[in-house]
Design a protein around this ligand. Structure first.
Ligand SMILES: [Zn+2]
Length: 267
């Protein structure tokens, strides 16, 4: 009887200790979470926002995790390519997808380490330039593979997207971190402009619904892109919207341009 009582007591004290440790750790965790600085003050005009440590970490992770899946997704397109044009699209679109995540992750890593200021600035410019390149890269598969009848609109847009990207990059190199709203407007014009031309000239792609959903996700994401210092982890949330939108667009390309026979809808 005594043994049973001792055994119950020892078990009870074990659970009691466990509970106390858990409560102590819980309090510690709560305190730690409370001490984390989730955002800094918004940047002044002409200056770049300085993220907090947790924001730096989130920025690296939210794009870094997607480098390998982007490489895999590109190989998947190569695997499904049966024409020269499809190989070309897999190469161009896949490269822009991989470099988008690669350059972004590299930039955010260097920024996090905060040791190489000139390298950080150069990578920041590359990171922003990749947005223009990636927009052009996202249009490329559709304009290249659906334009079998060589429509004037599609053929013009095929050139125009790269000219717009070059202009955007030139502007961005000249006026880096100045006129920030104009920079965002340029992203929007380049992202939405060609799509509106396609729609208003009566053309249609097979994966229009996915393309519109992806476009909408990018537009919602811009709200976070412009909210550094106002919303905690805003830039990392913008990254996640980019991942989501790019995934939807990739799915549309994979499904409509590489997996099934294309149906061209032209006038
Ligand atoms: Zn970023």
């Amino acid at each position: 009887m005594e043994n049973i009582a001792r055994s119950i007591q020892s078990k009870y004290s074990f659970f009691d200790n466990l509970w106390q440790t858990w409560a102590r750790n819980g309090n510690f965790l709560k305190l730690e979470l409370k001490n984390i600085k989730w955002k800094n003050k918004p940047a002044h005009d002409g200056k770049a926002y300085v993220p907090t440590s947790i924001e730096h970490f989130a920025n690296v992770v939210t794009h870094g995790l997607w480098i390998i899946p982007a490489v895999y997704a590109t190989f998947e397109l190569f695997d499904k390519s049966s024409t020269r044009e499809q190989f070309m699209v897999a190469l161009v679109y896949g490269s822009t997808l991989i470099f988008l995540f690669l350059v972004s992750t590299f930039f955010h890593c260097v920024f996090f380490c905060n040791s190489h200021n000139s390298l950080k600035n150069a990578l920041h410019r590359c990171d922003r330039a990749m947005i223009y390149v990636f927009i052009a890269g996202s249009y490329f598969p559709w304009l290249q593979l659906v334009n079998t009848t060589k429509s004037l609109v599609f053929t013009s847009l095929e050139w125009l997207i790269w000219i717009l990207a070059a202009l955007g990059i030139t502007y961005q190199q000249l006026y880096h971190e100045r006129f920030k709203w104009l920079e965002t407007l340029l992203y929007l014009v380049m992202g939405l402009g060609p799509a509106l031309v396609v729609i208003f000239t009566g053309h249609e792609f097979n994966g229009m619904t996915e393309l519109e959903i992806g476009g909408l996700l990018y537009i919602i994401g811009i709200g976070f892109f412009k909210s550094d210092g106002r919303i905690p982890l805003a830039h990392a949330i913008w990254h996640l919207f980019v991942v989501l939108a790019a995934s939807v667009h990739y799915y549309a390309i994979w499904k409509h341009l590489f997996s099934t026979r294309m149906i061209v809808s032209d006038i």
